[in-house]
Design a protein around this ligand. Structure first.
Ligand SMILES: [Mn+2]
Length: 575
């Protein structure tokens, strides 16, 4: 057995209330009581809440009019349509921004409106609206007036909105980022996070907010248009942006995954065949690990419009060539990433040894497009916030450096940066992900304030080796096909709705073999033998003849188009 320093705890405590709720869920929904107990441990502890969670319906969505600014936005867009003016969509270069752009473009094209879009180039332009990006957008159809609609950006674009309005445009800002200081004086501004917004949910993605705008527009215009068919885009952006998969996002993403699985978008179909996702249902983890990285590669390497082209492809060959281009860019992205990861890791280890709670890596020549992924990789390894900087290639004087940061639960990176404000030129983002620009000669001062701020938060960030299992199955007779199916009712899994982890103690793994560091085995359940896999678990010292505790998830998997349940072991431990 490998000497594992990993430990685990179990969330469900088997208390009387939990058990009683499990029995009630079994009776009401026909699910195994274990699933009910897991729901209870996740605060889904009434039958009403369970109904809402297990059967999310689009009809449950709150009305779009509840969003502050919606009324003005709709009026503004309808006025532009009545004046026969062009529609200008200003997007962003990540999957959320690309999906939101494709969503609005699809909608207005369906209405036969003249529609133009622009997505800033990550390598040459700053994030969000800029004078340059507005010029480039409007240059596609100049001197006609029109309405500029931003998606997934714009909440801080005070000067840029002034500029756009001086050009004679109506401006509708839609965003989901945290507002900072002054809000732009747009004709309409929609952001569920803005002060005074009474919409009951503030964790929508950029494409989620854009979808809400379309819901309101459809209603106000009195048109019959199938919006549900566009929920595939909402699922893409929401999962890729790591939004919580609870509440409204759960409703949108659950429906969106169904649309995605049967998508009519030819580009996505081609991308599925590149990603081994053909002939099967698309799950949230497929977005996170297969689709989003490929679509993001376009933005990272400075060709975000290829992502939009993929989502809007009208024929097979356009779809195929966009998918091929993304596949190629994703390969380049991976190379750039591996090139830099080793050196970055060495820098982090040094800082960990020095006792730093926040890690800061500066690699002058790192490609700007992979800073965020490097930060994510380093967060996974060190379980603390990480910022990765490189020289800002847009700054000719060579004085500024540009960084991207990722955080861990319990550390609001956006707020931490707000406390380091005096050493930062520019920053923006969320609790979990930020982007920033600082002067190079400020780096040291910034680093010390940053670390001080992080250590003040004193949360238990470093418990990386602790796995929290959801449920301890008393014995293997509880491992059934029924349970494996029932767990799927908790889908989609992701942020704020993790995939349940089960624990079975003292098991013998059947037919086990080691292959490329992975472990392949079988686990005897009550009514069937489950195929199992443990990625990176084939430790050389692992003795599979011995009994072991197995922490695992019950996954849907597909083999040559046939669905089956599979045990994914996350950890093996001797008791
Ligand atoms: Mn976003």
């Amino acid at each position: 057995m490998p000497a594992s320093d990993q430990k685990y705890t179990v969330a469900c405590n088997g208390g009387p209330q939990e058990r009683a709720f499990g029995v009630a869920i079994a009776k009401e929904f026909g699910l195994p009581s274990q699933v009910g107990e897991i729901l209870y441990s996740r605060d889904i502890n009434t039958l009403d809440k369970a109904e809402e969670f297990l059967h999310p319906q689009l009809a449950m969505l709150p009305a779009p009019e509840k969003m502050k600014g919606m009324h003005e936005a709709v009026a503004c867009i309808i006025a532009a349509c009545n004046d026969n003016q062009p529609i200008f969509i200003h997007g962003d270069y990540d999957v959320d921004g690309i999906s939101a752009t494709a969503l609005l473009v699809s909608f207005f094209l369906e209405l036969n409106r003249q529609t133009f879009f622009y997505i800033p180039n990550r390598l040459q332009e700053n994030y969000g609206l800029s004078i340059k990006s507005i010029d480039r957008l409007v240059a596609q159809c100049p001197n006609r007036g029109g309405v500029l609609i931003s998606v997934d950006c714009g909440i801080s674009a005070v000067e840029e909105v002034v500029y756009a309005r001086q050009l004679g445009l109506r401006v509708v800002i839609t965003d989901h980022h945290e507002p900072r200081g002054m809000l732009p004086e747009a004709d309409a501004l929609i952001d569920p996070k803005q002060p005074g917004c009474t919409f009951p949910y503030d964790a929508l993605s950029g494409v989620g907010v854009a979808f809400y705008l379309l819901m309101a527009l459809r209603k106000a215009m009195g048109i019959r248009l199938n919006l549900k068919q566009h929920l595939d885009l909402v699922a893409l952006g929401t999962v890729a942006d790591v939004m919580p998969l609870t509440g409204i996002n759960r409703i949108l993403v659950r429906a969106g995954l169904e649309v995605l699985s049967a998508t009519h978008r030819l580009g996505l179909r081609s991308l599925y065949s590149c990603s081994a996702l053909e002939k099967r249902a698309i799950l949230s983890e497929d977005i996170a690990f297969k689709l989003a990285p490929r679509i993001n590669a376009a933005g990272r390497l400075g060709n975000p419009e290829i992502g939009v082209a993929l989502l809007l492809a009208k024929d097979r060959s356009d779809g195929q060539s966009a998918a091929d281009a993304l596949e190629q860019m994703n390969r380049v992205r991976k190379q750039l990433e591996t090139q830099k990861l080793m050196a970055a890791e060495a820098i982090c280890q040094e800082q960990v040894r020095a006792g730093n709670n926040g890690l800061i890596v500066y690699q002058p020549d790192c490609h700007a497009g992979v800073l965020g992924i490097l930060a994510s990789r380093l967060v996974e390894r060190h379980q603390r916030p990480v910022l990765v900087f490189a020289d800002d290639c847009k700054d000719r004087a060579g004085e500024t450096i540009k960084g991207s940061g990722r955080s861990v639960k319990g550390v609001n990176l956006f707020q931490v940066l707000a406390c380091c404000d005096q050493t930062i030129e520019q920053f923006g983002g969320h609790a979990m992900a930020v982007g920033l620009t600082i002067k190079r000669n400020n780096l040291e001062r910034f680093a010390s304030i940053f670390n001080h701020q992080i250590s003040m938060l004193k949360c238990n960030m470093h418990d990386s080796n602790q796995i929290m299992a959801d449920y301890r199955l008393p014995d293997a007779s509880m491992l059934t096909a029924h349970l494996a199916h029932a767990v799927q009712w908790l889908q989609p899994f992701g942020e704020s709705n993790p995939e349940p982890i089960f624990l079975l103690e003292r098991q013998r793994l059947l037919a086990s073999k080691k292959k490329n560091g992975h472990l392949i085995f079988q686990l005897q359940g009550q009514d069937q033998v489950f195929p199992g896999i443990g990625f990176h678990l084939a430790h050389p010292l692992l003795d599979t003849a011995q009994q072991t505790d197995v922490l695992f998830q019950l996954k849907r998997s597909w083999f040559r188009g046939v669905e089956r349940s599979q045990v994914h072991a996350l950890m093996l431990a001797t008791s």
